[in-house]
Unconditional design. Structure first.
Length: 300
């Protein structure tokens, strides 16, 4: 736990967010505290803080699934796990707490603002992506070059793409909810419409929890180089494009695309390593002979 805290506080993504005074640190704090209380088995408090994160940036709403699975697996529920009805009660209770907290936050906002117009200015802004100012995400360049009559369709596709992975990943990793929490945090950092440099802080810090997967990972050097080069080139190309005028949008977008690709490669490598290790634990490291040939593991 202490090692994870040090990695989170001292990794360059967190430090850069603090230096830039980004509000991403508020979202990250809410998500980490929600995970902490979920591991303690407190549904009201974990949902309180995940509601804060979802209230601010919407996409953390996906983390309700792994947090609910964590709460189901906690000791406070273990005597009742044999009955599906108790599990259903846990799920309903968790969702009810989330709806209570998010309703409270939205109600307070309504009371302060005096209308519900803030919903379109916040969540509508995140979902419709009207501002195409260059950022670290995948949206701005594509929609800048796209014809207007295709815009609504592809916005729908891109937003569904961000949320769709909850279903297959939850089905695949339902017995390992903390690892599911890591994967969905990574998916959020990659596919959200307006990502920030600090969004990768939580997945980066959580990765140390699965240090036993490192021997199974195959793309560490490539991914590390991609992170290093893209992190250095993004501010450099931004300066050359915006201030010096000696570059163009393609340079900057290429660096952001390499950064997002590095996150995708890392997530895929970690998931593969996790599944491969589980396979080895179940079947053994040495492969059995089938019809005189050594068995080959193929994960699909």
């Amino acid at each position: 736990m202490k090692a994870m805290q040090k990695v989170y506080l001292l990794n360059p993504f967190t430090v850069a967010s603090c230096v830039a005074q980004s509000t991403a640190v508020i979202t990250n704090l809410s998500v980490t505290v929600a995970l902490y209380f979920a591991l303690l088995g407190s549904a009201p408090l974990s949902m309180c803080f995940i509601a804060v994160a979802a209230y601010k940036s919407l996409y953390p709403i996906m983390l309700i699934v792994p947090i609910t699975l964590i709460l189901i697996q906690k000791d406070s529920y273990s005597p009742k796990l044999s009955t599906p009805m108790s599990t259903l009660r846990c799920v309903i209770s968790t969702l009810a707490w989330f709806l209570f907290w998010i309703g409270l936050y939205l109600g307070l906002s309504r009371a302060i603002v005096g209308s519900w117009a803030f919903l379109d200015a916040t969540y509508g802004f995140i979902l419709r992506v009207p501002d195409l100012t260059p950022n670290m995400g995948l949206f701005w360049y594509l929609f800048l070059e796209m014809f207007d009559h295709f815009r609504e369709f592809f916005i729908l596709v891109f937003q569904l793409n961000a949320f769709f992975y909850v279903i297959p990943l939850s089905s695949l990793l339902r017995n390992d909810p903390v690892f599911l929490f890591y994967t969905l945090s990574s998916v959020t950092a990659i596919f959200k419409s307006y990502p920030a440099f600090g969004d990768f802080s939580i997945p980066f810090a959580l990765l140390i929890s699965w240090s036993h997967l490192y021997p199974y990972m195959k793309n560490v050097f490539v991914v590390g180089c991609m992170f290093l080069f893209s992190s250095v080139l993004m501010p450099l190309f931004w300066y050359l494009w915006i201030y010096a005028g000696s570059a163009n949008a393609n340079f900057f977008y290429a660096a952001t695309l390499a950064y997002s690709t590095a996150q995708i490669f890392l997530l895929g490598d970690v998931i593969f390593s996790f599944l491969r290790r589980n396979f080895d634990l179940e079947h053994g490291i040495s492969r059995k002979l089938v019809d005189g040939e050594r068995m080959t593991v193929i994960l699909k």
